[in-house]
Design a protein around this ligand. Structure first.
Ligand SMILES: [Zn+2]
Length: 124
């Protein structure tokens, strides 16, 4: 799922003054910390302050993840989880560590196909 449209309309709201900056630049300490330790530098400059490149933080969610569920993970860690765990969801959030802009930019499914799908695939 691509959230580009949501992001664009949110930014338009900010630029037109319909939405106050504090409402979109509200990354909390937990998210900023995750950006610092688990984030990857993105290709784009922060769309709000343009002072730095956004940091991309990937959060993993899923019942098969055990203790890892709901945590921020690096791409390398996600690759390991994907080889070991059944399907889980990854939410990628872009964060600006300067102005605290944050926005969900994409989500995708990683991990092994559920057992039922694997059986079907084996028969085919
Ligand atoms: Zn910024």
């Amino acid at each position: 799922v691509d959230y580009a449209l949501v992001k664009r309309s949110r930014l338009a709201d900010v630029r037109s003054g319909r939405v106050p900056l504090e409402q979109v630049c509200d990354a909390d300490r937990y998210l900023l910390r995750a950006a610092r330790f688990h984030g990857a530098v993105g290709d784009e400059a922060c769309p709000v302050c343009r002072k730095e490149q956004v940091t991309l933080v990937s959060w993993v969610f899923g019942e098969h993840l055990g203790r890892a569920a709901g945590s921020a993970r690096t791409d390398a860690e996600i690759a390991v989880l994907a080889g070991r765990c059944d399907e889980f969801t990854v939410h990628v959030v872009e964060v600006c560590r300067t102005c605290r802009w944050n926005q969900l930019v994409t989500s995708y499914v990683a991990g092994r196909a559920p057992a039922a799908t694997r059986r079907r695939a084996a028969k085919a």
